[in-house]
Design a protein around this ligand. Sequence first.
Ligand code: CDP
Ligand code: CDP
Length: 200
Amino acid sequence: MTFTVAIDGPAAAGKGTISKAVAAHFGFAHLDTGLLYRAVGAKVLAGGDPVVAAKALTPADMEGDLRTPEVAQAASRVAVLPDVRAALVAFQRSFAVQDGGAVLDGRDIGTVICPEAQVKLFVTASADVRAERRFLELSEKGLSDTREQVLADVVARDKRDSERAEAPLKPAADAVIIDTSDLSIAEAVARAVQEIENRR
Ligand code: CDP
Ligand code: CDP
C-alpha cells in the first residue's frame, strides 16, 4: 500500500518535528528533503559545482552537520537552479510511493514532487515565532548568531524560496494550512494526525 503525506512550509515552521512525529505514529518512512538541498549547498561551500553535486548525491552526503545558517543559505541559493531541482526529483518521487507509506517535508512536495499526495499540509508560523525557534535551536548548539541575524536569515531565505521561478514555496491549492504560531508541538502534531486520519 502506498500513502503519501506532503508537508511544506517556510523555515522553522515545525515541518520536520511534525513529520517525524506523524511518521512514527503511522509507521511511515520520512524524508526531510531540505537535507538534499543542504547537502548540495555544503558541496558548493566546499568549492563544488551545484549541478554536478546534485547529480552525484549519495546518502553519505546527508550525514554531518548540515543544520548551520551558512549551509541553509547555500541550500536556498542552489535551490533556485532548475538543473539542481531536476536532479533530485526521481529520488524523492520513488521515496514517496514506497510500500507502507511516506512523509516528505520541504517546499514543493505538494505542488511539484507529489501533486497526487493523499494528504497535503502547509505548516507555517509568523516570521518572529519561527526566528525565535531557530534562534533557540542554534544557541543550544553553541552558535553565536544574534536574534536579529537569525530573523534576517529566515526572512531572506523565505523570500528567495517564495520568489524563485522554479517550484516556489507556496501552498498547494488543496493543502490544509496549519499555523503553529500559537500551538505547542503536541497540539500541532495532533492537528496533523487528525488530518491524516480523516483521509485514510
Ligand atoms: O522543519 P522546520 O524547519 O519547519 O522546523 P523544525 O525543525 O521542525 O522546528 C523548529 C523548532 O521549532 C524546533 O526546535 C521545534 O521544537 C520548535 N517548535 C515546533 O516545531 N512546533 C511548535 N509548535 C513549537 C516549537
Ligand atoms: O529546516 P528549514 O525549514 O530551515 O530548511 P530546510 O527544509 O532544510 O531547507 C533548506 C533550503 O532548501 C530551503 O530554504 C529551500 O531553499 C531548499 N528546499 C527546497 O527548495 N525544496 C525543498 N523541497 C526543500 C528544501
